[in-house]
Design a protein around this ligand. Sequence first.
Ligand code: ADP
Ligand code: MG
Length: 310
Amino acid sequence: MSDDLPTEDLQEIASRFSSLLRILTHGNGGERPRKTRDMLIDRLRDALDRRLPQLPSENPAFIARSFLLEETVDRRARTEIGRLRHRDLGTLHALKTVPADRVADAVDRDLLLREARIGMALRHPCLVQTQMVLRLADGRPAIVMEWAGQPLSERLSSSLVSISAIIAGMRRLLRGLRAIHDTGYVHCDISPGNLLLPDDDFSGLKIADFGVALERGKRHRDLDIRITGTPSFMAPEQADDAAADPRNDLYCAGRVLSLLLERCQETGNDAEGLKALAGHLSASDASMRPASAGTALGLLDEAERNIARS
Ligand SMILES: Nc1ncnc2c1ncn2[C@@H]1O[C@H](COP(=O)(O)OP(=O)(O)O)[C@@H](O)[C@H]1O
Ligand SMILES: [Mg+2]
């Protein structure tokens, strides 16, 4: 703002400022003025908060008075994902909730809370961290997570990937799976849309979306969960709703590895060991797959050593 505003303008600002202060400190009763006052307080706070570069729209949406909803990034029949910025810390987070028109759907609400509980039970650097569970003003439950960048599906649609990035990404995926399996769960939906790349970095890959995860030995039909994985990545036994087994996830990991190799910028012998590993992981007979994510990690290390030697 210019320093040399005409005196009339300064008087106008002073008079508006005192009206603003009057509204903020005394209000003038009634539901609507109270809402306007809350909105003004929010806006003033944000104007004073230097971490927010600007308010993005006329009517910014705030969550729990603490987060600014910057953008809705994904909207599906049963879930909605937004990108949040914490107003005081400046940190980015993801918010997962049910769409507003399903606020009354008890099944969807329960499934989201179930996902939240599983997310809270899982703690590992290779897994998207669930940070808290909130109730939105209209009663919808909402999961607040760390923001973990773009999904692998998007990254692969825009550019190719190197062998070293594939190995780094697969190592993170298998470590994350080992942590999930060690906690007693099977993810059941490992697919490129559920693998996120913070800062577009494969060595930071994180597994997201515990929405259809199962306790080992359980079946989706036991829990009335209709969605059971992304079809082209799903293990054959999952289509029959077999009891959840960690090797279901290894099948999906093998399909992810095959896809990464299809999008690999390097050709030649280096990819051969990785191709063999992809085939081993996604063997249609579960008993022919590596016994665990830990075993698969050992095989990945071996493939990497062979590449280094060649
Ligand atoms: N923590 C997060 N950080 C960044 N983007 C996310 C995050 N969680 C979800 N997303 C985005 O939202 C999309 C859908 O989220 P997901 O949890 O997989 O929902 P659904 O259960 O509907 O599959 C993801 O593919 C990703 O683009
Ligand atoms: Mg998903």
